[in-house]
Design a protein around this ligand. Structure first.
Ligand code: F6P
Length: 342
């Protein structure tokens, strides 16, 4: 068989580990040919392919990013997009496709599946917001980077008696903020799931400082929003999937905190740093297991599925299930982090 593989959406530590696993087992054990498509769905539409042999995936396990490149292109937003995808696959004699991505990339995979393309999905996102899997790879790495940063920011917070606001990624769900905030000992965590009241945030900080604390650490997810009518926020441009470009809530929050409490506040936005560099050992293991399960599914002729982690098992679930619902932060987990607020 000739099997295509692509990475779509934001890059994420562990993508290369999935590619390596697919090629190693796909070619090495099953004797298939693996064809890589560049830059996500854009590369499939434009026919940008490259042969991926075992030699081309050597040394990939610890490497961040994706050797295939990625994009946020949606073929269903491009004229003849789905037809162009199919003609590239026919040209390359590719009979099955492994799509590695988040809700958008897998949403396209699901639609193409209904249009007759043989596709298997692999869930990735540092945001960990896909409901069909307990964890996505990349999340653990992002949490570790954010926790290291919070540890370091404590030094400045303590030395200068400051409020340090740390903005982390997390568009629809505050998993990174909650995990890193819990691990880093945050005094306040703000997530998209619970719109915040800036007055309440300021009061909690004031209360904490009056009770003897000389500094505070506030972790905010980029997708966190103020409760209606409490604070003005700026909005940015939209991408192909209709998502607004985020980043900036931390700045506004630091300004408001300083204005309302009188304590000096500073903001650090970790942004794409959280997606960069080498995956943690945990993410390398999940990514590898996902890649192996995906190539096994293709070899066994099972399509329209996504691989997923359930407990400690890697399983296959219908792609539809993987993209139908976002996984938001578990309240019990957030309540555990909240015990240490203020
Ligand atoms: O992968 C998801 C994500 O990390 C979101 O949290 C974030 O909003 C988005 O990617 C930003 O990606 P980019 O700026 O690369 O388009």
């Amino acid at each position: 068989m000739r099997i295509g593989i692509l990475t779509g959406g934001g890059d994420c530590p562990g993508l290369n580990a999935v590619i390596r696993a697919v090629v190693r087992k796909g070619e090495g054990q099953y004797g298939h040919n693996i064809v890589g498509y560049r830059h996500g769905w854009r590369g499939v539409m434009n026919g940008e392919s490259m042969d991926l042999g075992i030699g081309s995936v050597r040394g990939l396990l610890p490497r961040g990013g994706t050797i295939l490149g990625t994009s946020r292109t949606n073929p269903y937003k491009t004229e003849d997009g789905a037809t162009r995808v199919k003609s590239t696959l026919a040209r390359d004699r590719v009979s099955a496709l492994i799509a590695i991505g988040g809700e958008d990339t897998l949403g396209v995979a699901h639609k193409l599946g209904s249009d007759g393309v043989m596709v298997v999905g692999v869930p990735k996102t540092i945001d960990n917001d896909l409901s069909a899997t307990d964890f996505t790879f990349g999340f653990h790495t992002a949490v570790q980077i954010a926790t290291d940063a919070i540890d370091r920011l404590h030094t400045t917070a303590e030395s200068h008696d400051r409020v340090m606001v740390v903005e982390v990624m997390g568009r629809h769900a505050g998993w990174i903020a909650t995990y890193a905030g819990l691990a880093g000992g945050a005094d306040i965590i703000l997530i998209p799931e619970d719109p915040f009241d800036i007055d309440e945030v300021a009061q909690r900080i004031t209360h904490r400082h009056r009770a003897g604390a000389s500094f505070s650490i506030v972790v905010v997810a980029e997708g966190a929003t103020p409760a209606e009518g409490t604070m003005e926020v700026a909005s940015g441009e939209l991408d192909d999937f209709g998502h607004v470009r985020l980043g900036g809530i931390g700045n506004q929050l630091a300004d408001e905190i300083e204005r309302r409490t009188g304590y000096e506040a500073r903001m650090t936005s970790l942004g794409h740093v959280l997606r960069g560099g080498s995956p943690t050992a945990y993410d390398r293991v999940i990514a590898t297991r996902f890649g192996i399960e995906a190539i096994d599914a293709v070899d066994q002729g099972e399509f329209g599925v996504m691989v997923a982690l359930r407990g400690t098992d890697v399983v296959r679930v219908p792609l539809e299930e993987g993209v139908e619902k976002l996984k938001t932060v578990d309240h019990k987990l957030f309540d555990t982090a909240a015990v240490f607020f203020g």
